[in-house]
Design a protein around this ligand. Structure first.
Ligand SMILES: [Zn+2]
Length: 272
């Protein structure tokens, strides 16, 4: 598999679709009456066994993780080699490896980490931040993809220990009246994983003190979109702060906004 073929963003493949296809593999082989006996060898060869279909679905998902990581870089959300991407996969998750540039990644470099944190012996080393990815999936069974970045403005706020309050109604995109900040803990630790799980319990994104931001979504595409939105909001908020004390929207107004977000769906929100 050449990396050229995966440079085209293919981030619209939701992990849950892959799950369905894996779970439904046996259903995809209905017993149809054979109208013609035909040539015995060919019908069997034409039909892929379910194991091969599962491998194909997993390959597609690994490619989608790489495409998302590349797109994250293209959007300048991950200075240096910071940031990592994962998606849920039956029995665990698929995550970018530790310390590799995204533009050289091949599907086999993406690491499967099981729900218990174990990794197959012949795999790459997973991102050092795999623990908080796993804890986020445990905390949010309704979300299936994660984008974590050290994007500049989100990180500036996180280093100043500032959350993003309701200075603009679009903070509701993360599912609440603010984008919270979780306390600092050393990267790669269980403590940080606990903080992230708590921060994402009622939001789809949060800032991580002295570190960066994390966004979750139903799909890789929606997690990446949210990470981009958080960075835009962080930049706007940083700039507003230079003009003095921002005028925040009231809790009552944000309640109305959140109701409207529910009613209009994600893509209509900006025009709401
Ligand atoms: Zn990080």
């Amino acid at each position: 598999m050449s990396d050229r073929s995966i440079e085209k963003p293919r981030i619209s493949v939701p992990p849950q679709e892959a799950t369905v296809s894996e779970d439904g593999a046996s259903k995809a082989s209905p017993r149809r009456p054979r109208k013609t006996p035909a040539r015995p060898a060919q019908p069997k060869a034409a039909r892929k066994p379910s194991g091969a279909r599962n491998r194909q679905a997993e390959l597609k998902q690994r490619q989608a993780v790489i495409a998302t990581a590349l797109e994250m870089s293209r959007r300048a959300l991950s200075p240096g080699r910071s940031g990592n991407v994962s998606c849920r996969w039956p029995g665990g998750m698929l995550i970018t490896p530790s310390g590799m540039a995204y533009d050289v990644l091949e599907p086999a470099d993406i690491v499967f980490v099981a729900d218990d944190g174990s990794v197959a012996p012949n795999s790459r080393k997973p991102s050092s931040e795999w623990q908080f990815h796993l804890s986020a999936y445990h905390a949010r069974p309704d979300r299936h993809a994660i984008v974590h970045t050290h994007s500049t403005y989100a990180t500036v706020l996180a280093c100043a220990h500032k959350r993003i309050p309701a200075f603009h109604y679009m903070v509701a995109i993360a599912g609440g009246a603010d984008i919270p900040l979780v306390p600092y803990a050393t990267f790669g630790t269980t403590k940080l994983a606990e903080h992230v799980a708590a921060g994402l319990a009622e939001r789809d994104a949060c800032l991580m003190a002295n570190h960066g931001q994390i966004a979750i979504g139903e799909t890789l595409a929606s997690a990446l979109e949210l990470a981009s939105e958080v960075e835009v909001l962080a930049e706007q908020y940083c700039k507003v702060l230079t003009l003095g004390k921002p005028k925040l929207l009231s809790a009552r107004e944000m309640k109305i906004v959140l109701e409207r977000f529910k009613g209009y769906g994600q893509h209509a929100q900006k025009d709401a």
